[in-house]
Design a protein around this ligand. Structure first.
Ligand code: VGL
Ligand code: ZN
Length: 208
């Protein structure tokens, strides 16, 4: 068992990011058994859940004349437009049925403000609205965070970066993540995480 000062954060393991979902990440469901295996070795496990209201600003359908994967300028910076996904209360927003939910002690929902996206589990895309996750972890004595899930180049990347900025030591388990990879975003994500001191690790470090 890994000490309680190290938390596993499993990012956005939801139906819409798996095969058949509206924003399917290639191979997304393949990480589910890996995350389950990790989770069994951690005493502190948190799940994040992308949780958008209908008509969310990150949906291309909310921007007349725009198509998914185009980029628009929002008050807080550039925003990739996505197909409608992870709409509150719909099946696409549910966790993948094979995730062992019993291992998770908290679910952090994000992206619920209509006008602001939140790839990060810590801070919304405006760069200043916290979700409360840092305080939750700190109060529980967590100093080290291990991240797995979807998608490597968006929600995993932003969560990892904000975790470093929040003062945590951060490790990302590469095989337990899958990427969207838009125009080189996966390589950029690893470069950004690397520059901040995020450690890229393999399953063998945490699940035997
Ligand atoms: C995500 C795009 C939009 C993710 C969430 O989980 O990486 N990507 N919303
Ligand atoms: Zn989203």
């Amino acid at each position: 068992m890994i000490d309680a000062g190290t938390a596993l954060i499993a990012v956005d393991l939801q139906n819409d990011f798996c095969s058949g979902g509206s924003l399917a990440v290639p191979g997304g469901e393949e990480v589910v058994p890996l995350v389950n295996a990790l989770g069994r070795n951690f005493s502190t496990v948190v799940l994040t859940q992308d949780w958008h209201p209908a008509g969310h600003a990150s949906f291309a359908s909310s921007h007349p004349g725009r198509a998914p994967f185009e980029i628009v300028e929002m008050p807080y910076g550039p925003q990739v437009l996505w197909p409608d996904h992870c709409v509150q209360g719909q099946a696409g927003a549910d966790f993948h049925p094979a995730i062992e939910l019993s291992m998770a002690q908290a679910v952090i929902r994000k992206g619920f403000h209509r006008g602001v996206d939140s790839y990060s589990g810590f801070v919304e895309a405006d760069g200043r609205t916290p979700t409360g996750l840092a305080g939750y972890l700190r109060e529980r004595g967590v100093g080290r965070i291990v991240i797995a899930g979807l998608a490597t180049d968006f929600c995993v990347n932003w969560t990892a970066q904000d975790a470093v900025r929040g003062g945590f030591e951060v490790l990302v388990v590469e095989e337990a993540c899958r990427a969207i990879d838009l125009d080189g975003s996966l390589d950029r994500a690893w470069a950004e995480m690397n520059a901040l001191g995020v450690r890229r690790v393999s399953m063998a470090e945490f699940a035997g």
